[in-house]
Every structure is written in C-alpha cells, then in structure tokens.
Design a protein around this ligand. Structure first.
Ligand SMILES: C[S@@+](CC[C@H](N)C(=O)[O-])C[C@H]1O[C@@H](n2cnc3c(N)ncnc32)[C@H](O)[C@@H]1O
Length: 238
C-alpha cells in the first residue's frame, strides 16, 4: 500500500484538538476509528513520548520479573505502549480499547495475546478480579476520554501487590480533569487501596500540548506525568 504523505504539525494539532473537543464519547470513539490508519505517523509528528515515558516508569517501579508478568494495556490504541514495554522484557500482554479501528491496528502487530473491545466508563473491564500483575493506561485519562471514575476498575483487575501505571496531561483544557483525577487517587491512597511508588513529570510530552505547559498549576513547567502505584491487599469495590 502507498504510504500517506506526512501531515504538518498544524494539521495534526487540528486533529488532536477535534478529539479533545468531541461532544460525546461515541463521537470520540468514531474519531479514533477514522484516525487509526494514520495515528502512528501523526503522533511521530507530535513527538508523542507518553508510551516511552510510561513504560520506563513501570519498568523502574516493577520489582518482579517482567517476562513472567501478565500486563493489561488499557486504551491500547495501535499498540505503541506494548512495543515500548517489550523493550523492557515484558512479553505477556493483553490490550483493550473502545475503538475497533485501533484494535485492528494493534492486532496486526501480533504483540498482544488477547485484545478486547471495551468502552471505559460505560461497562466494566472484561477481565476477572485480581488478574493482572500490572495494568497500564497511557494517553487516555483526559477530558472527554476515559473518566477518572474508571480508576477503581483498573485496581479491581490488578493483583493485590500488583502495579498500576497511568499518565495524564497538564494542558489547559485538561486541568479540571487532572484535579478530579488527583482527588480520586488521593482518596484511594487514604483508604489504603494503593500506594504511590513514583510520579514522574515531563515537560517534553508532545508538541501539541507542551507549548501550553506554562499554564500548568504545578510549580514546574511539566506538560504531563506518569505515575506508578502498587495495589494494596484490600478488596476494591467499584
Ligand atoms: C491517544 S490514544 C492512546 C493510545 C495508546 N495508549 C498510545 O499511547 O498510543 C487514546 C486511546 O484511548 C481510546 N479511548 C478513549 N476513550 C475511551 C473510552 N472511554 N473507552 C475505551 N477506549 C477509549 C481511544 O480509542 C484511543 O485508542
């Protein structure tokens, strides 16, 4: 097949902005279905680094042997996170996403043992309780995408003592969401349901949002963060 010509940064930013401003979840999933064939070449233009940053964050926090760990990649998209995790020795990976177009791209990579469709925020994750050694969600916890109320569900499918790794962005439109997410995470920590292991802020997140990083409500000029936390041993109600 002929490769599509690379789009300019402005064109890609326009597309990202359309996704961020979509009016409903179903509209947003449709936009991702349409974006799937060009998603990877577009995020290269953006210098989107979240998958590398998150994979490195998980690898550093993870104390068990990576090649034995079963990892769930939530909102896996085309599988960029899986490719990065592979570099750290993770090889048993399952993926879930709301977009069939994205899942089809991920399937073609042949890196996931299992791929399932799931609309996060509307239905429970199609996975048993306490199943995964690690659960990772990258580039999806933001306004109009995956609601922060999904966090307990991520914890539910994680083994007690297992790891959850997540990312979020500090661009202006996402700041209320970040505050809400932080409240959910702090609440879980206070209840002993999980323990924060690492928080890594980065200013080179992607070119679409890094320019807005100075609006960050944090002291740094960070544009995004990756965070790892260990699931506690108490049952999680969702
Ligand atoms: C920016 S992409 C990130 C994909 C991949 N994790 C990466 O970092 O390249 C966001 C992904 O989240 C999915 N997504 C967004 N909201 C969702 C929801 N509520 N339920 C399921 N998937 C969702 C989209 O289909 C898309 O594949």
């Amino acid at each position: 097949a002929m490769a599509c010509p690379q789009r300019s940064l402005a064109q890609v930013q326009e597309r990202v902005s359309a996704v961020h401003h979509s009016s409903s979840l179903s509209q947003q999933i449709c936009l991702y279905d349409d974006w799937a064939p060009e998603y990877e070449q577009d995020v290269r233009v953006l210098e989107y680094r979240a998958p590398q940053l998150a994979a490195a964050c998980l690898a550093a926090a993870f104390s068990a042997l990576p090649h034995e760990a079963v990892v769930l990649d939530v909102a896996c998209g085309t599988g960029l996170v899986c490719q990065e995790l592979q570099k750290w020795g993770f090889c048993r990976m399952h993926g879930m996403d709301g977009s069939m177009g994205m899942l089809e791209r991920a399937r073609r990579k042949g890196l996931y043992q299992e791929l399932k469709q799931c609309i996060l925020g509307q239905e429970p994750l199609p996975a048993p309780t306490g199943h995964y050694d690690a659960v990772i969600i990258v580039g999806a916890l933001s306004v109009g995408q995956v609601p922060s109320s999904v966090i307990p569900e991520l914890l539910r499918v994680t083994k007690p003592g297992g790891m959850v790794c997540l990312t979020t962005r500090y661009n202006m439109i996402n700041l209320p969401y970040v505050a809400e997410l932080r409240a959910v995470l702090d609440g879980l920590e206070q209840r002993g349901l999980w323990e924060k292991i690492t928080v890594q802020e980065a200013d080179e997140w992607e070119r679409a949002t890094s320019a807005l990083a100075s609006y960050s409500h944090r002291s740094s000029s960070a544009a995004g963060l990756s965070q790892c936390a260990r699931r506690g041993h108490e049952a999680v109600s969702t």
